[in-house]
Design a protein around this ligand. Structure first.
Ligand SMILES: Nc1ncnc2c1ncn2[C@@H]1O[C@H](COP(=O)(O)OP(=O)(O)OP(=O)(O)O)[C@@H](O)[C@H]1O
Ligand SMILES: Cc1ncsc1CCO
Length: 246
């Protein structure tokens, strides 16, 4: 077990929250989920990173995200945004626009449809899953220039870009597509890695490598154990993702 286990403040969605907390613990961090406007300022003040995930959005959560995000910027801790399903409704889009206007993000990580939407490309996405296959470096660089954030677009191949360089990391397993929350888990892990070593694109790349290597190993474990269900894959993935924090 590492000596320093950075605390990650997570404002997220109820669908994937438990798994995200487990992978934060597994990666060597600690997590606290707090969304009440009465406490978020204090919780962020005592954290080493803030993760904002808009998967199940509400006006109340937005208020909490703005208080937490502004506080995180004041004290200089990294802030990660997961714009889940931003193309699926005007409400989600308006929430992300307000967050981008009022909070500085260290990293924005979404699937390719979500990042395409933020780049102003219409992807026709109606749910939380991706239907875009390619994004070019110019689009990601422009979004990075506009937001100051490291931009990471997930899919079969992941693309991570800052204002200067681009890195591609292969996706770990196609089975990640048939469990919910793989993207949210990855965002939680980025939060832990950035809490340990702030602000670098290479830190985000390391988080991607860690997650996707574990995902590949979990698929190999599934085959080795003669399993084939998504539940077994999820457990194997959580197990593999717990190796770093031991
Ligand atoms: N076809 C694939 N082959 C390999 N890896 C994949 C594939 N599709 C997605 N992944 C991996 O799954 C992880 C999550 O990416 P994805 O684009 O599915 O996120 P998401 O849509 O936000 O997920 P979720 O909505 O389930 O949280 C990334 O590490 C990505 O590389
Ligand atoms: C299915 C779903 N709906 C809102 S958040 C979420 C989890 C995957 O992002």
């Amino acid at each position: 077990m590492k000596n320093i286990r950075p605390l990650v403040h997570l404002i997220s969605n109820e669908v994937t929250l438990n798994n995200v907390v487990n992978v934060i613990l597994g990666a060597g961090g600690r997590a606290i989920c707090a969304t009440a406007v009465e406490e978020v300022f204090e919780i962020t003040s005592n954290s080493k990173a803030l993760v904002l995930n808009i998967g199940v959005p509400s006006k109340e959560k937005l208020k909490a995200m703005l208080i937490a995000g502004k506080r995180a910027n004041e004290i200089g801790i990294p802030v990660v945004l997961d714009p889940v399903g931003v193309g699926a409704s005007a409400f989600r889009h308006s929430i992300v626009n307000e967050l981008l206007e009022k909070v500085s993000f260290t990293c924005i990580k979404g699937n390719k449809s979500e990042i395409a939407k933020l780049c102003g490309i219409n992807s026709n996405a109606v749910g939380v899953d991706s239907n875009v296959t390619e994004l070019c470096h110019k689009d990601l660089k422009l979004l990075s220039d506009k937001t100051g954030a490291i931009i990471a677009a997930t899919g079969e191949v992941n693309i991570i870009s800052d204002q200067n360089t681009i890195t591609k990391i292969p996706g770990g397993s196609k089975l990640l597509d048939i469990i919910t929350g793989s993207g949210c888990m990855l965002t939680g892990i980025i939060g832990v890695f950035l809490a340990e070593e702030n602000n670098y694109k290479e830190t985000v790349v390391s988080a991607f490598s860690y997650f996707n290597t574990a995902a590949k190993q979990a698929e190999l474990d599934l085959i080795a154990k003669g399993q084939n269900g998504t539940g077994s894959y999820l457990i194997n993935l959580l197990d593999r993702l717990s190796e770093r924090g031991k």
